[in-house]
Design a protein around this ligand. Structure first.
Ligand SMILES: [Cu+2]
Length: 148
């Protein structure tokens, strides 16, 4: 957060000065970015998982409310849990992204599940995701396919 302010602080204040009459700055909100997105390789028609890190550099928490992909018939948010030595995946309808924090989607944790992918996904291919947040922000993600 400190770095973010250092980088953008100067141009924000320049903007306020330029506006003159506008005393109040824009209200603080969530600022979501996605990094390190990748998907497991899969055959056409199979399932696969997409992982990434969601960072919220804003001062207000946000919630991932919807995921969609043109590359699969069904796209869901899942959480993996382990009980009795068995892995279990549960669909969830939302995932919170706290303010000034980041959330990792990773194996054995949260992931985006793609069911019945529409094309074979080999290393070097990519899949598209569309993430929608409660704040109204929408983020497009392109996840490179990796061999897990
Ligand atoms: Cu899953």
């Amino acid at each position: 957060m400190r770095n973010w302010q250092r980088i953008f602080g100067s141009c924000c204040s320049a903007l306020v000065v330029a506006c003159g009459a506008r005393q109040d700055a824009a209200p603080p909100g969530s600022v979501i970015t996605v990094r390190d997105a990748w998907a497991r390789s899969a055959d056409s028609g199979a399932m696969t998982a997409v992982y990434f890190t969601l960072a919220n550099t804003g001062e207000i928490s946000d919630t991932l409310a919807a995921v969609a992909s043109p590359d699969a018939e069904l796209t869901e948010m899942h959480i993996s849990t382990q009980h009795g030595g068995m892995m279990h995946m549960s669909p969830v309808t939302s995932l919170p992204v706290p303010a000034v924090d980041s959330v990792m989607f990773r194996p054995l944790g949260a992931h985006v599940m793609l069911t019945r992918v529409r094309k074979p996904l080999a290393v070097g291919d990519s899949v598209s995701l569309h993430l929608t947040f409660v704040s109204g922000q929408a983020v497009e993600v392109r996840a490179g396919v990796r061999q897990p």
